[in-house]
Design a binder for this molecule. Structure first.
Ligand SMILES: Cc1cc2nc3c(=O)[nH]c(=O)nc-3n(C[C@H](O)[C@H](O)[C@H](O)COP(=O)(O)OP(=O)(O)OC[C@H]3O[C@@H](n4cnc5c(N)ncnc54)[C@H](O)[C@@H]3O)c2cc1C
Ligand code: FES
Length: 508
């Protein structure tokens, strides 16, 4: 989360010798009380805000690529020239300053006014409806306006809250270490000011592609010229007897999270069913809240399928050191008011049960409208579905991954936002390919892992460094090709891996 930072480094207002700046390098300093990053590309110097507008990541520890800088924490990308947030998860620009050189020194002068992008609405439709008020839907609505679109934008969300920082629900917010005001992505005023009509608590029940309209759950209809589907996913439900008991919770929405926090106050022991990323993050957060945490999961090693056995084993030990008790190679056969009964007949006392056994993409709306689906909504490289003027983004979208040629679907926050942004630009006629390299992160206690690429299977897993010391890089390869790279404590290498994969795509 963003926090007040002490100013460090040289005072750029007083001037700094040009010899301090290596070509392609960056230097953090300050001017007039603000932290500033100065970057040099050849004979051009840029000065922009030093902290990422997502969670305040230190941009000076990131990576320069062309005239952009990438944040080391979750890979947001900013223009060095204007400060614009070119890629999610940052949605706001950083400031940008005028730079002058004289007498062998560099001086940072006044702040530059924020530049609006040129409007790209020549071929734009008259009105756009976005179904879903999550990562993809919100990023799309914002991008339509950022690109100067002046037509109607309506975002319809079944959720009762304005779009919020969903990843935080299993991390700081659940642990009780994040203020509630950090969680919404924007205020209601923001949507009003940007003339984005936001319908909350409103479910789209059907789409009529022929009439170009959506039907809301109350029976009313809304017309669209272009439609973006961004309905996300819902937790897979546990089907064992007692799974509908009141102490059984799922975690997808803000209200789910509030329900868990409400129960935590009276709970002593929690059983987590599943060892998914979300379940393991919930375990760490509830340990922070001093609960006794048990995890029941069928696998022998948590998260082995995605991260490999070494990281999986490390995470198991890490959780155990923090007090989590694992019941692996086990499943739940029944839940009653006080206990969770396992396959081997044993039982665990529980006054709260949280199920984290995966999610199911919400594709029924698309399928019923005749849009092609295949364990996801099928889209092309422009994020268009099989029906013209209907796009899909986020957890529901299955798109052609340019690195492998496979059609993939991921459940990653940053990808959902980036897809929303690209879909918005394509709605406006930009014909921009979605070729971003998948990226996700997880945080559990002091362990943070960044993952770029996508490897459903691999035949070689190379470890460089030490997992135990939280200083390593793991490369997941198939047929000699690097499909994904996970790093722990090596944020810059994660950025370099992402850039290398992007270049491989561009060269192909
Ligand atoms: C607790 C938690 C922690 C996570 N942590 C991470 C993380 O650390 N890193 C990471 O990369 N990813 C993380 N994720 C995954 C990430 O949040 C998702 O990939 C991302 O939110 C997907 O965005 P989306 O826009 O596709 O869907 P969502 O953000 O789920 O938004 C979908 C929206 O559609 C609405 N909707 C659904 N159906 C309808 C309908 N019929 N009519 C109207 N509205 C509808 C929903 O109400 C919701 O507003 C986490 C997810 C959860 C739940
Ligand atoms: S803090 Fe920069 S991308 Fe998250």
């Amino acid at each position: 989360m963003a926090e007040e930072k002490k100013l460090s480094g040289p005072d750029f207002a007083q001037g700094v010798a040009l010899t301090e700046f290596a070509d392609g390098g960056m230097l953090q300093g300050h001017a007039n009380g603000e932290a500033i990053l100065v970057a040099r590309r050849g004979d051009t110097w840029f000065a922009i805000g030093a902290s990422c507008t997502h969670y305040g990541g230190p941009l000076a520890e990131g990576l320069i690529a062309g005239e952009t800088v990438r944040c080391p924490w979750h890979h947001a990308c900013f223009s060095l020239r204007t400060g614009e947030a070119l890629r999610a998860p940052a949605l706001d620009p950083v400031s940008s300053w005028k730079v002058e050189t004289s007498g062998g020194k560099l001086f940072v002068r006044e702040k530059q006014p924020e530049k609006n992008r040129p409007a790209v609405s020549a071929k734009a439709p008259e009105n756009v409806i976005i179904v879903g008020g999550g990562a993809a839907g919100n990023a799309a609505a914002e991008m339509l306006r950022r690109d100067g679109y002046s037509g109607g934008v309506t975002m319809i969300s079944a959720d009762d809250a304005t779009p919020y920082d969903r990843p935080n629900l299993s991390k700081d917010f659940l642990a009780g270490t994040a203020n509630e005001e950090w969680i919404p992505l924007r205020s209601m005023d923001f949507y009003r000011e940007h003339q984005i009509e936001l319908l909350l608590n409103t479910r789209v029940a059907a789409i009529d592609p022929r009439k170009k309209s959506v039907q809301l759950a109350d029976g009313s209809n809304r017309k669209f010229d272009a439609l973006l589907l961004a309905t996300g996913a819902e937790p897979v439900k546990l089907k064992t007897p007692g799974a509908d008991s009141p102490q059984v919770c799922y975690l997808r929405s803000m209200s789910d999270c509030r329900a868990i926090i409400g129960r935590v106050a009276k709970a002593r022991r929690v059983v987590l069913v599943g060892a998914s990323f979300i379940a393991m993050e919930v375990a760490a957060s509830l340990i922070h809240r001093k609960l006794q945490v048990h995890v029941v999961a069928p696998e022998a090693v948590p998260m082995e399928r995605v991260l490999g056995p070494q990281v999986g084993e490390h995470l198991r030990r890490l959780h155990e050191r923090n007090g989590v008790v694992f019941h692996l190679q086990q499943s739940v056969v029944a839940i009653d008011e006080r206990r969770v009964v396992l396959k081997d007949g044993s039982a665990i006392e529980a006054d709260l049960v949280v199920i984290g056994i995966g999610v199911r993409p919400l594709i029924d709306l698309a399928a019923q409208a005749g849009i092609k689906t295949d364990k996801g909504v099928l889209v092309n490289e422009y994020l268009e579905t099989s029906i013209p003027q209907i796009y899909a983004a986020g957890d529901i979208a299955r798109w052609p991954d340019p690195l492998t040629g496979d059609h993939i679907r991921v459940e990653h926050w940053v990808m959902a936002e980036r897809q929303g942004q690209t879909a918005a630009r394509n709605i406006l006629g930009c014909r921009e390919r979605f070729d971003a390299v998948p990226f996700f992160w997880t945080t559990q206690y002091d362990f943070t892992l960044n993952y770029v690429g996508h490897a459903e299977t691999w035949d070689q897993l190379d470890l460089d460094g030490s997992i135990e010391d939280h200083d390593c890089k793991l490369s997941f390869r198939r047929g000699g090709k690097t499909l994904a790279v996970a790093t722990i404590g090596r944020d810059r290498e994660s950025l370099e891996s992402e850039l290398a994969m992007e270049r491989a795509v561009q060269a192909a």
